[in-house]
Write a protein that binds this ligand. Structure first.
Ligand SMILES: C[S@@+](CC[C@H](N)C(=O)[O-])C[C@H]1O[C@@H](n2cnc3c(N)ncnc32)[C@H](O)[C@@H]1O
Length: 302
């Protein structure tokens, strides 16, 4: 069973934030919601965020597989930077008994939520493999890892080359021998103009809105917001807001090379028969595609 999702405003090509290609792994989520909805007295913004923009189960499979593809062995330690509710780490430690992880986030609100709602659901031995650090990812001396992942475009918060360089330099230092840095990234012409897109989650009784409020053509600075509307309720505006710079793939790869990463690769998403992203990311050097909105991964090798 696929999650029932309807696009109110449909565009050709792929959209920002991975909402497609999530495959059958979302199958249990309807059941999951029924269970949870009984308990929902307040508005749980992280629950709606998870259902709308995250796909932790598929993210960890990508992280596992890309390390194996590039290094021929398992990368065991994952550091999730900007980890928020660290759902990715919680899925990571489920994948293999030797996997462990560190989560880094400045803000205790999402990390406390993650401890209450996700960490607590893991087996005791899995819980012990996760450590959360409430610090700035720009700090030096953060834990070493085989894989450092910056997901959901969180590093777009760094608006200057200088700060991005500092972040990548620290990551390079903190990666173990043979380590990789994995960054997701998005773009396309549809992201470069103000527009709002509603995704109706019929089976879950809510709508998710991705609001591209402003885009500055000179600085590439953007203001994006996420709104939600539960059935029968008023729209809750600006539940999450992002003040970002849109970085291009070549700009990011240039900085990665400049700070000393040996190589970087781009994993570009395949296309299904309707011209949408199919959730399969393959290493490539040219896209050869006219895409209004795309999501890709950059993977840099130490
Ligand atoms: C867009 S959320 C991403 C959450 C999660 N990674 C995900 O996949 O959805 C960005 C997170 O980055 C955190 N953050 C922003 N700047 C940071 C910094 N300099 N150091 C550490 N965390 C930071 C915020 O507190 C927030 O939880």
């Amino acid at each position: 069973m696929q999650t029932q999702v309807e696009e109110k405003i449909t565009k050709k090509g792929r959209k920002s934030f991975r909402k497609k290609g999530l495959d059958g792994k979302k199958a249990n989520k309807h059941k999951d919601f029924k269970k949870k909805s009984k308990k929902l007295t307040d508005f749980d913004k992280y629950y709606y965020y998870l259902k709308s923009v995250q796909s932790p189960e598929t993210d960890v499979e990508f992280l596992r597989d890309v390390y194996i593809e590039l290094k021929g062995t398992r990368g065991k330690t994952l550091r999730e930077d900007f980890c928020g509710t660290f759902k990715i780490l919680c899925e990571w430690v489920k994948l293999h008994k030797e996997y462990q992880g560190f989560g880094v986030d400045l803000d205790e609100e999402p990390t406390e939520y993650g401890k209450r709602n996700y960490l607590s659901q893991l087996k005791e031995e899995q819980q012990k493999k996760i450590k959360i650090i409430n610090e700035n990812v720009l700090n030096s001396g953060l834990p070493q890892a085989d894989i450092i992942a910056g997901m959901n475009f969180s590093y777009f918060i760094f608006k200057t080359r200088e700060v991005m360089k500092q972040y990548f330099t620290n990551c390079l230092k903190d990666l173990k021998k043979n380590g990789i840095l994995v960054l997701d990234c998005f773009g396309g012409s549809a992201c470069m103009s103000p527009n709002e897109e509603e995704t109706v989650h019929k089976d879950k009784g809510f709508s998710y809105f991705w609001d591209q409020d402003s885009y500055d053509n000179i600085t590439n600075h953007v203001q994006f917001h996420i709104h939600f509307k539960r059935k029968g309720e008023k729209k809750r505006k600006k539940v999450f807001s992002y003040d970002w710079r849109m970085w291009s793939i070549p700009e990011l790869r240039d900085i990665l090379e400049e700070v000393g990463f040996k190589k970087s690769h781009v994993y570009w998403e395949g296309t299904d028969k309707d011209g949408e992203g199919d959730g399969n990311f393959k290493r490539t050097e040219v896209s050869n595609e006219d895409c209004e909105a795309w999501v890709a991964y950059i993977v840099a090798e130490k």
